[in-house]
Ligand binder design. Structure first.
Ligand code: XIL
Length: 433
């Protein structure tokens, strides 16, 4: 069955009014996640799987009902979009972007420079440094230019580091040099579409670690060199565990470090793997991870994008890449919502409230709350110094006991009121007749 046929079917089965789908086959309660997220200034989205999945009518219906942002799981990568040196193939990606536009969804582009999923002709070479630079510039001009004004965010460079903190030896860093190739890629993307927001995207960023330290050094250097970078994508391929406020706060700490550099963050590829067989206990743990990542994004002032790497377990990359694991997405294989879906809907309905220094009388009290790890605690220490609410007084001045004023007998003078320390006590003049 050809790609175009599949995409035509996708376009014809999908509802034209998301959130108001009649006669749907699944049982997810309305409103969709997108309706809950929009008032919070959050785009919530999912990766569009490859074309064979689009034959599945429930796929398009659920996608359009629940999400208002999309990204191609594969079809904007070099391997698919630039299969031969002078050939570009936008067929599948064009249809995916068209579907998004037809359903009020914005789109992310993924990605423009990565060590994986490159066509053989690009990897084999050999190419000189100048040729590599030209290849990168030409590719970005063609692909970003093709979608100019239609793709709101690009993952310009994907996974430049390995799992820890070392730059990868991919075609770009080896031939062009690290970090020069990043500067070239971001500059070219900005030239091709000055309206698109440009992200660096990577994994293993959900808690403080040396990889995130290196990444912060990298992006701070880019900013200092005037390279047009807007944000950091947190892929968030995670595994199920029991997450409480600590998970949320760890992620929030990293988000706030990006904020301090004037950068946005986006959750770009969230999925939470479960060791198979999935039990209800494991799915509850999985839900706690989904909830926690969403909480961090809602608490962070610079997170407005929350994307999952698919949405149904029927089509997820995890089982074929992580042996023995799966069930990683918020809908099961029959498009039924799982506990992860309910957890996200509940979090969007009752979003976490960031603690504020204004609520504490002094630094000591704020520090106590911070040290106890209340949900959102890093908001009390945005510079990450370890000291909460540095602008508050160390210990609050004792509050004066409230002044009680006896009603003055008619015709008598009021008793003297002690000078107030906090708010002035206003006493109405006694009626003297
Ligand atoms: C994965 C896709 O989901 C698979 O279908 C493909 O075979 C391999 O790539 N980080 C990324 C994504 O940035 O592009 C990867 O997507 C998952 C890990």
């Amino acid at each position: 069955m050809g790609t175009l046929f599949c995409l035509t079917l996708l376009l014809s089965v999908a509802p034209s009014t998301p959130g108001h789908v009649s006669g749907r086959a699944d049982a997810a309660p309305a409103p969709g996640l997108r309706d809950l997220a929009a008032p919070l200034g959050l785009r919530i989205g999912a990766a569009f799987n490859d074309d064979p999945t689009l034959l599945d009518p429930s796929y398009a219906t659920t996608l359009a009902r629940e999400f208002d942002m999309g990204v191609s799981e594969n079809h904007m990568k070099w391997q698919f979009v630039h299969p031969a040196p002078t050939t570009y193939d936008f067929k599948v990606a064009d249809a995916q972007v068209g579907f998004a536009e037809g359903h009020g969804m914005t789109y992310r582009g993924h990605n423009l420079a990565w060590s994986r999923q490159n066509p053989a002709w690009l990897v084999t070479g050999p190419f000189t440094r100048d040729e590599r630079i030209q290849q990168l510039r030409d590719h970005i001009a063609a692909v970003v230019g093709h979608y100019a004004g239609r793709v709101a965010q690009w993952d310009v460079v994907n996974e430049a580091f390995d799992g820890l903190a070392d730059p990868l030896h991919d075609p770009w860093s080896v031939s062009i040099g690290f970090p020069e190739y990043l500067d070239i890629a971001f500059t070219a993307a900005h030239a091709a579409d000055p309206t698109a927001k440009l992200f660096y995207n990577d994994y293993n960023l959900q808690a403080p670690n040396s990889k995130f330290d290196h990444l912060i050094d990298l992006v701070a250097g880019m900013k200092a060199r005037g390279v047009p970078i807007d944000g950091i994508g947190f892929e968030s391929h995670l595994s199920a565990r029991s997450c409480t406020a600590k998970c949320t706060n760890d992620t929030l700490k990293n988000m706030l470090r990006a904020h301090a550099l004037g950068l946005e963050v986006a959750i770009t590829e969230l999925d939470v793997s479960v060791q198979l067989p999935a039990t209800s206990q494991k799915l509850d743990q999985q839900a706690s991870v989904y909830r926690s990542v969403l909480e961090a994004c809602l608490l962070a002032p610079n997170c407005h994008t929350f994307m999952m790497w698919g949405f149904t377990d029927k089509y997820s990359w995890i089982p074929s890449f992580v042996h023995g694991y799966g069930a990683a997405l918020p809908f099961d294989e029959q498009y039924q919502p799982k506990p992860a879906y309910a957890a996200m809907a509940a979090t969007l309905s009752t979003p976490p409230v960031a603690p504020s220094c204004a609520a504490f009388p002094d630094r000591a009290t704020a520090q106590k709350a911070f040290d106890s790890g209340v949900l959102g605690a890093p908001m009390l220490d945005p510079d990450g110094s370890g000291t909460a609410c540095e602008n508050l007084p160390a210990v609050a001045a004792p509050v004066a006991a409230p002044a009680t004023v006896e009603p003055a007998p008619t015709g008598e003078k009021l008793p003297a009121v002690p000078a107030p320390r906090a708010a002035p006590v206003v006493v109405a003049p006694a009626f003297t007749g």
